[in-house]
Design a protein around this ligand. Structure first.
Ligand code: URA
Length: 224
């Protein structure tokens, strides 16, 4: 990250957010906000659920046990490095009781922070990890059926939607579930990340078109 990037203004404003009870705890110093990190010009953005104790301590998303899974079982086999992608969460503050899923009202109140990060990074592909970020980015749930298939995000304030690959949450896989599906989805991610990271004007136009076509095909298949 460079200090000139407008995302740093956003980060400072987010650190002051006390819209929900989690934000008020964070501002009071209990569990401070954890903002996104990584490459602010990334072609690929990963969105997790919410920080836990390790993330609060390290002030970075996805660095605890789920974060280790994220690096070693998702990024590495997909041919990606953490420093080249942008990583954030659907909710910036730690849900205080035993890493519970954020409540819908907390997600709603935190949505402007995620939306603003997406608009500033403008990734070509978003990967959501679990149901909460699937809801935050696409306005839908049902990760078990929807995982592994490219779909459109909701439209952002600039009117654009972004291709999204929903995947299971690392914590779900760490409990021994969905590992085969996770491997399948990582293989899909590997292919899609090749498109998302295409370099050169013509290759970029072609890859963007291919991603759009895949999203439209999946949307048509889901409608039937
Ligand atoms: N840590 C995070 O930052 N996000 C998650 O979704 C889980 C753990």
């Amino acid at each position: 990250m460079t200090s000139e990037h407008p995302i740093f203004d956003l980060q400072r404003r987010c650190y002051e957010c006390c819209e929900c009870v989690l934000g008020r705890r964070a501002v009071d110093g209990a569990d401070p906000h954890v903002f996104g990190s990584g490459n602010v010009n990334a072609e690929i953005m990963f969105v997790g659920e919410a920080p836990g104790a390790d993330e609060v301590r390290m002030k970075r998303p996805l660095v605890g046990r789920s974060g280790q899974f994220y690096e070693s079982r998702i990024l590495e086999p997909a041919g990606l490095r953490r420093s080249e992608v942008y990583t954030t969460n659907a909710v910036l503050c730690r849900p205080n009781e035993k890493n519970r899923t954020p409540f819908p009202t907390e997600m709603e109140l935190c949505a402007p922070h995620l939306d603003a990060q997406i608009l500033l990074v403008k990734p070509r592909l978003i990967v959501t990890l679990g149901n909460a970020p699937l809801f935050a980015v696409c306005g839908t749930t049902g990760i078990t059926k929807k995982r592994g298939r490219l779909r459109w995000s909701k439209a952002w304030s600039d009117g654009e939607a972004i291709p999204v690959l929903p995947m299971f949450h690392p914590a779900y896989c760490l409990r021994g579930s969905g590992l085969k599906e996770m491997e399948e989805d990582v293989a899909t991610l590997r292919k899609l990340s090749g498109m998302a990271r295409a370099k050169g004007a013509l290759a970029e136009i072609q890859a963007a078109e291919d991603l759009r076509t895949l999203c439209d095909l999946e949307a048509a298949a889901e409608a039937h």
